[in-house]
Design a protein around this ligand. Structure first.
Ligand code: GLU
Length: 509
């Protein structure tokens, strides 16, 4: 039987990075086993629908390089893949459950439900929920005569269909990551499966679709583990136990301090993105940062996520998608929450910035330069990228590491001036400019030779000459080798900058 897995997000907002990790593990598992990766949009809860969220989810998966084999926009034999388009299909299964005595109609109003919960809370007699203990006191088809039930439905009274959980039975969930999880059914509540608006709830639609779409493995976040016993019961009640998928519940992503789940709000609070792409809230217009817009490479982002919960069992940290596909296994996914480390995330991007072909980086850098009003030919771009990328984590940071190739210093860093521009520096610089003036060739080697002999003739060591020169060219103590900078900006610009520094900076200090 070929592996079929699905990523089944609800379009209730932007996809959290934990959601992307779920998609990634599904994708890796599918590809590893030469199976199919499905995208199913679980949009049955109309009240939580957020415009733009579905498009966001698809854009995010596309940016991450996680194409789906079947799903919206990619039809397959088990479509449609949006639950709102499958609406007509669910009712028969809800009816099958009612007819089999495993589900029932309930007519309780929100006030009545509230009253029941409050009463139980006050009595402290158990979980304040609709379950095997409380259902006998509520307004439902278990407590009402059949004729009344019929009459209420026919008169258009709102109702829901609830699952009838067994009173005392051990429900067993075999989880590929957590092992055997046992829950006594009296702890489960009689979840709503179907509503009178004709829509199924998550639980019914999810199980029905996993069955109809021939899903073999359900790989999803730990927050769904409490729902798994109900799903096991539904498979049994619908007569599908033999086709029940295997379950694998992924560990939580934890905050950087390891305390608690990484939430949607943490990013803004702690200064890193929690969303793959930037998201603009359609109601408030507020913007949440995205990994893409922050300058992360999708490959780096995927690499980061891959290791948050899974480990390869080796020291290897950098993985291409193909390597992940080859090495991934659910056996090496841990049970414990995975702590997210924003510094490590930057480290990954840094590694990819070093590893990527220089032409790719140059493409990105060219755009950054354009925004700054500059242009450079391909060769220069390549040279600059090669010179400074080691000092940057992101393409946009290349500018801070290379602005001096394009612009003369606007000012001079006072601390560095104080330390390095003193006594005879101005005089020395003037003299050096005159020497450079005579040069014909202005490449790194010629510059090196001239500077060496200049130092010998004037009995200088590099510490006496080079910092002042760097200050004149860069305006600070940063940047790659001074001779590289000189060769790149050319003789005239070097001399102009030296003269400007001599004119601007004090002679004596
Ligand atoms: N629609 C659920 C979600 O938003 C899917 C959970 C599952 O994979 O079963 O996460």
């Amino acid at each position: 039987m070929s592996v079929r897995v699905r990523f089944a997000p609800s379009p209730t907002g932007p996809l959290h990075m934990g959601g992307v990790r779920t998609a990634l593990y599904n994708y890796l598992f599918a590809k590893k086993h030469k199976g199919s990766f499905l995208l199913r949009i679980e949009d049955t809860d109309q009240t939580r629908y957020i415009p733009g969220a579905e498009a966001y989810i698809m854009d995010a998966l596309t940016w991450c390089g996680l194409p789906w084999d079947e799903g919206p926009g990619k039809d397959g034999p088990y479509g449609p893949y949006r639950q709102s388009e499958r609406k007509a299909l669910y009712k028969q299964y809800a009816m099958q459950l009612v007819d089999g005595g495993n589900a029932y109609y309930a007519f309780d109003t929100p006030e009545e439900l509230d009253e029941m919960r409050k009463r139980i809370e006050k009595e402290k007699s158990g979980n304040p929920q609709y379950d095997c203990r409380t259902r006998g006191e509520m307004k439902n088809s278990l407590t009402m005569p059949e004729t009344e039930v019929k009459q209420r439905i026919e008169s258009g009274e709102p109702f829901v269909i609830r699952v009838k959980t067994p009173e005392d039975e051990e429900v067993v969930v075999n989880d590929l990551i957590r092992g055997t999880v046992r829950v006594n059914s009296h702890l489960l509540d009689d979840k709503v499966l179907f509503k009178s608006d004709g829509m199924p709830t998550y639980h019914l639609a999810n199980v029905v679709d996993d069955y109809l779409m021939k899903i073999t493995h359900v790989i999803r976040g730990e927050e769904w583990l409490p729902s798994a016993p109900l799903h096991v019961l539904l498979y049994r009640y619908l007569g599908w136990s033999d086709n029940m998928p295997a379950f694998a519940h992924l560990p939580l992503l934890l905050k950087p301090d390891g305390h608690g789940k990484l939430s949607k709000r943490d990013g803004d609070r702690l200064g890193f993105p929690v969303f793959p792409l930037q998201w603009t809230d359609p109601e408030s217009g507020s913007i949440s940062r995205g990994y893409r817009e922050d300058g992360y490479f999708p490959e780096a982002f995927i690499n980061i996520l891959a290791l948050l919960g899974w480990n390869p069992g080796t020291e290897q940290e950098l993985f291409s998608m193909q390597e992940l596909i080859d090495t991934f296994s659910l056996e090496r996914v841990g049970k414990a929450g995975a702590r997210f480390d924003p510094d490590k995330a930057r480290w990954f991007n840094h590694q990819y910035l070093q590893k990527k072909p220089v032409t790719d980086i140059a493409d990105g850098f060219e755009k950054v330069l354009k925004d700054k009003g500059h242009h450079a030919d391909r060769e220069t771009l390549h040279q600059i990228v090669a010179l400074v990328r080691e000092r940057a984590d992101f393409i946009h940071e290349l500018w801070e590491q290379s602005d001096f190739f394009f612009e003369a210093p606007h000012d001079y860093e006072p601390g560095f001036v104080k330390k390095k521009w003193k006594g005879d520096t101005s005089a020395l610089m003037r003299k050096l400019a005159r020497t450079l003036e005579t040069m014909e060739q202005f490449d790194v080697n010629s510059i090196d030779r001239v500077i060496q002999s200049f130092m010998e003739e004037n009995a200088l060591n590099p510490g006496k000459l080079m910092p002042g020169l760097r200050l004149a060219l860069v305006g600070a103590g940063r940047g790659p080798d001074v001779k590289e900078i000189m060769a790149m900006i050319g003789k005239k610009e070097v001399i102009d900058r030296i003269e400007k520094a001599v004119d601007t900076l004090p002679d004596e200090s």
